[in-house]
Write a protein of this length. Sequence first.
Length: 364
Amino acid sequence: MSRFFRRTLAIAHKELIHLIRDPQAVYMAVGLPVVMLALFGYGVSVDVDHVPVAVVDQDRTESSRRLLQRLTAGGQFVRVADLSSPGEGDAFLRKGRARGVFVIPKGTQRRLARGEPGEIQLLLDGSDSSYAQVALGDAAGVVQASGGQELPEPPIRVRFNPALRSAYDIVPALVAMILSMVSTLLTALTVAREWERGNMEQLFATPVRRGEIIVGKLLPYAALGFLQTLLILTLGSYLFDVPIRGSLPLLFLASLLFLLAMLGIGFFVSAATKNQMVSVQASMLISFLPAMLLSGFLFPIANMPVWLQGFASVFPARYYVSSLRGIMLKGNGLSVLWREFVPLAAFAAVVLAAAASRFRRRLA
């Protein structure tokens, strides 16, 4: 057993030296997570604030002024122009000078006083449908709350993310995306490079066993993955105030299972192709794209067709993102998270076994 550890640590030390001496690998390991966190955290956001709107107030009463004042009080909408007719508002939308037009017809206050429904209109620029849907929901809430003193506001309470900040969704998913991309790519590139340069044949000539080679090569990348996880979570909490309400050991256990799965994919691809270019393409197809498209990050899995939901359940990113959100935002424990941990562990075991069976001490 001591020989196993000694040989394994020697392989890990050799791999770590190669990793440190490679500037591209260092950038992918440390620089790329920071860049992606900044781009996704600040650039990819579904929060809709400061929507420029034009106003057509044909009623000009105290009720209409109070409604418009409440519309801009929260900061979601910015009043950029006062128009005289809805036709002018349509021209504003076409030119992009406003994203929405509020129309309050004449006689709205009298109709509300008689208990009749008002005819307030909101014209939105629907060329960006997701943007328009969020703005429509915000505007509907303002109008409903201002519809009359006799209508109480509904008792709505949002748990775990009261402000509905998109960063709370993005940061956990970004951990999965970065780990899936960097861990798989680094493993596939470095191992495939050794196959191309003939270094693997020289390693086969030593008395090191296959298991020692596999474990020794994966250890530095597993440690690097933990460093990336810690870096992203620290920056996410500092820059975007994303909370970590649950157990850190559970969080790192989920990260370990996901890392083993991603490292196994990279090792399997490199051993199967023995070519850097093919390894990169296969790794992106198997790990990064499912982590981005089929993990619930960009598109809710429940909204996908049934056959695509089944396809998404094969990939570990779906369970890892769900685990991170449960730990960080809800504070869930193992009694809830075991449903995500079991598929993660099963996928990691299968892919590592496949990589070990593919990695043989022979040239053919």
